[in-house]
Design a binder for this molecule. Structure first.
Ligand SMILES: Cc1cc2nc3c(=O)[nH]c(=O)nc-3n(C[C@H](O)[C@H](O)[C@H](O)COP(=O)(O)O)c2cc1C
Length: 219
């Protein structure tokens, strides 16, 4: 198969993306609206951008009716009706069922914190709380939102955040800021309803020396 996106239905483009761009880390994004109502939802179209400035992004697509998901609406700057802030909590093994449950679309006024049983804990800098059960949280102020297809059903959006505080559970980080990957036990998303762990790891040296290292798969 060798195809062009404009020959495919958006749903088929989506299947190619989520099936082949794997595994994707999962951001559990906590936000609040201007009345302080809390919102929580998972996003696997998510990654780090850079360290200077410390930035990351997540991508909330428009709803099927073309309107913004709550996470996008809440993360918008105050001038656009939001609070200009969000917290990315890392999805880990111990909470994965509750994280996935937060994808449930709830009517206004009902919180995914209540639905999932995940608990809000105060953030250091921003208004939205972090998730108490998540061992790592990045508090962000919204730097920029790129709306690639405003108002379109499923239209793509990119929310870029400046990290203004980082929570890491003390037992998972050393004094040189190395994070214990085994202890973190992050979970990734594959296609459809499939997920993966980060338990199977191997090391390779950077660049040319990688060619001289033993093949981790013996192939
Ligand atoms: C593991 C997982 C990852 C998801 N990733 C995304 C994503 O990257 N972008 C997106 O628009 N929706 C994603 N969803 C669906 C949203 O979580 C879902 O639409 C949610 O209701 C949005 O909530 P909100 O309206 O409170 O923002 C994902 C769902 C799950 C279970």
């Amino acid at each position: 198969m060798h195809v062009r996106p404009h020959d495919l239905a958006p749903s088929d483009r989506y299947k190619l993306l989520i099936g082949a761009v794997v595994p994707r880390p999962i951001a559990v994004v906590s936000t609040c609206d201007r009345d302080g109502r809390l919102n929580l939802a998972p996003f696997s179209f998510f990654t780090a951008i850079g360290a200077d400035p410390m930035t990351l992004l997540f991508c909330p697509a428009n709803r099927p009716d073309g309107t913004a998901k709550d996470s996008l609406a809440n993360a918008r700057p105050a001038a656009a009706g939001g609070t200009g802030a969000f917290v990315v909590n890392v999805a880990v093994e111990t909470i994965i069922r509750r994280v996935v449950a937060t994808a449930e679309p709830l009517p206004p006024g009902e919180s995914e914190f209540d639905l999932s049983g995940l608990a809000p804990a105060p953030s250091l800098v921003v208004e939205p709380p972090r998730v108490a059960e998540s061992p790592v949280a990045f508090e962000c102020r919204t730097r920029e939102i790129v709306e690639l297809n405003p108002g379109a059903p499923g239209g793509a959006n990119v929310v870029i955040g400046d990290v203004v505080a980082v929570f890491v559970r003390d037992d998972l980080v050393n004094d040189r800021f190395h994070v214990d990957a085994a202890g973190l036990a992050a979970v990734g998303r594959m296609g459809g309803t499939q997920y993966c762990t980060t338990r199977d790891r191997f090391a390779l040296p950077f660049g040319r020396p990688a060619l001289g290292a033993p093949d981790p798969f013996g192939s």
